[in-house]
Design a protein around this ligand. Structure first.
Ligand code: PEP
Length: 255
């Protein structure tokens, strides 16, 4: 399948930024700037911003995502939000397994797998993040690390559901550091992810999956990164918090 047949997705990951009022202001500014985008535009926002974000973007081409979800539908999990709750609100996307959740909140491949299954069962589109630490890259085990994450995070998920899943390749050393992977490094790993998916789920499934790059993507480097054949979009942290910085990335993906 050629790249143009896959859905290009530019998704902002706002992390723990923007109050509901600030979210409304940012999305209101962004809506006219991306209205003609020829790619999927997603804003993944803090839980408390979801209601206002869905209201403000109703009838526009901006889709909303959450930044995590729990694997149970309900129960004694204080502070957690279930996929069913998000689905009932009308939230279409959810980021799972972000390296900050793995690093600070004890997220493991096992829990990412459980969350991914729950998200898919609730009809959400998961954006599953994978990526190596700097130390792992220096030890030359990037491919081992990525293959393990892909196998475990997607364990026991059908090929049909894998097609609905977005994979974000986010080298941990490039997130929020200003250090971007070169376009060739991003392509190399995104292509390896596709090859791993092909081995596990078949060529047709692998060719259908949207694979994003994330890690200090900005208006200066997005064009080169997004020109690569296996880079189908971006997961954007810092640059998604300012409309004027996010819009050029959407424009680059629309070319
Ligand atoms: C992210 O949070 O997923 C991310 C890629 O952040 P940044 O763009 O700030 O590196």
């Amino acid at each position: 399948m050629d790249k143009s047949k896959r859905t290009a997705i530019i998704a902002g990951n706002w992390k723990m930024n923007k109050t509901p009022k600030e979210a409304k202001a940012l999305l209101t500014e962004l809506i006219p700037m991306v209205k003609d985008a020829d790619c999927e535009v997603v804003a993944c926002v803090p839980f408390v911003d979801l209601t206002v974000a869905l209201e403000v973007t109703e009838g526009t081409n901006i889709k909303i995502g959450a930044e995590n979800c729990h694997w149970e539908e309900s129960g004694a999990y204080t502070g957690e939000i279930s996929a069913k709750m998000l689905a009932e609100m009308g939230v279409p996307y959810v980021v799972l397994g972000h390296s900050e959740r793995r690093q600070y909140f004890g997220e493991t491949d096992e829990t990412v797998n459980k969350r991914t299954k729950a998200a898919l069962a609730a009809g959400l589109k998961p954006i599953v993040c994978v990526g190596e630490l700097l130390w792992e890259r220096e030890c030359n085990i990037t491919e081992e690390v990525i293959a393990r994450q892909i196998k475990l995070d997607l364990f026991d998920i059908s090929a049909e559901d894998v097609k609905k899943t977005v994979i974000a390749y986010e080298p941990v050393w490039a997130i929020g550091t200003g250090k971007t992977a070169t376009a060739d490094q991003a392509q190399e790993v995104c292509s390896f992810i596709r090859a791993t998916l092909a081995k596990l789920y078949g060529e047709e499934t692998a060719e259908a999956v949207t694979i994003q790059y994330g890690g200090s993507m900005n208006d200066g480097n997005c064009e080169e990164l997004l020109s690569k054949v296996d880079v189908d979009g971006g997961l954007i942290g810092g640059a998604s918090l300012v409309a004027a910085k996010f819009q050029p990335i959407v424009a680059a993906a629309s070319k």
